[in-house]
Design a protein around this ligand. Sequence first.
Ligand code: CA
Ligand code: CA
Length: 436
Amino acid sequence: MRMRGMAAVAALAVLLPASAATAAPDSAPGWWAQKVARQALAAGDGWAATGAGTTGGAAADATHVFVVHDRDELAAALAGAEPKIVYVAGTIDGLAGPDGPLTCADLADPGYTLESYLAAYDPAVWGRATDPSGPIEQARVRSVATQRARTELRVGPNTTVLGLSGATLRHLTLMIDTAPNVIVRNLAFEDAADCFPRWRPTDGAEGNWNSEYDLVSVRRSTNVWVDHNTFSDGDNPDSTQPVYFGRPWQVHDGALDITHTSDLVTVSANVFTHHDKTMLIGSSDTVGPDVGKLRVTLRHNVFDGVGQRAPRVRFGQVDVYNNTFRVREPYDYSVGLGIQSAVYLENNFFDLGDGIPADRVLKDWKGTAVTELGSWVRTGTGLGGPVSLLAAYNGAHDPDFGPDAGWTPELRAYKPAPAAVVPLLTLLSGAGRLLP
Ligand code: CA
Ligand code: CA
């Protein structure tokens, strides 16, 4: 294992010439960044490599290369359909204002305060039979619209977004909607918190607070490559949120959600850390336009301490190979098998802590089968060994999943490594690895 890891580090060193390590000016892309920004997804590298292929802004002319430093520059640069490269410099905070940071109160409609919302829709007052409605709920909806206009940025087609060294997007959502051919690399995404969560007493047995914003949303889009980013709740983790009506005040939605007929997506070498609802692939059980879509490849990602949806899949043929899962409480499950899902799990590494048993890794969301090869499970401090998560699940739950998802992935640029060495390969994942 050690030799494999050193070989991987040595390979990276070969990729990074010594001159690239010299300090570049803060916001001027060096030659290496310029080279990375022009990279297309390699042939055969997951679902995004098929169809029209994924080149992002590789063909951008000189007038469509931008270095952005704040929210308004970023929003402007992302718009339009021409091939374009958007370099992100430093930390961009969606709630930064000219007179200091905006607060949730600054974004609220005059008819909304949290106190008034909690008073109006307390189950002791409103009951639990119907979701909130009326003037205060309407004011909340207006507040959401105000926040959305500021923090949700639409990405146009044919775009590469590349973070320069240390680049962070905070309190922002990249909305890739009806935008084919987009590449997102080397960014730290933090805390797309919703100021105005919606109380839904009818969601589950006890009701739930639901939020609007993902860190990155992919909707109605094809050929999207999300590579070498880090997704987290930043300094605003769920563990610090209050409880209202006996339920956690949930200000975060997905980290990277791929929904609404999106297709041909490759998610590679990202780190998802300390977040709950991590990756939703398909948002509705409706047997309709999503059928035959939602094809996604996940390789060399790290899911570190995430609660659920890593990923949760409906309809899609989803290839999940050579990923590292570090599982800790609070934990629901890792891979959710939803309606007509066809998930192919090969050579993934699972580090199960806090006494979490292997039968909790999979979860039934109306799925029927999964293909699983070569899983490696470590519990405690030992090396671990091969474990069938499918057998563990079927031994503890009914109905059983079948062992064949019905397809075999062909779009792979890498032969899957043995799962035992995957944690070494994924040391190179996340933001801050692509550029010096
Ligand atoms: Ca979402
Ligand atoms: Ca069973």
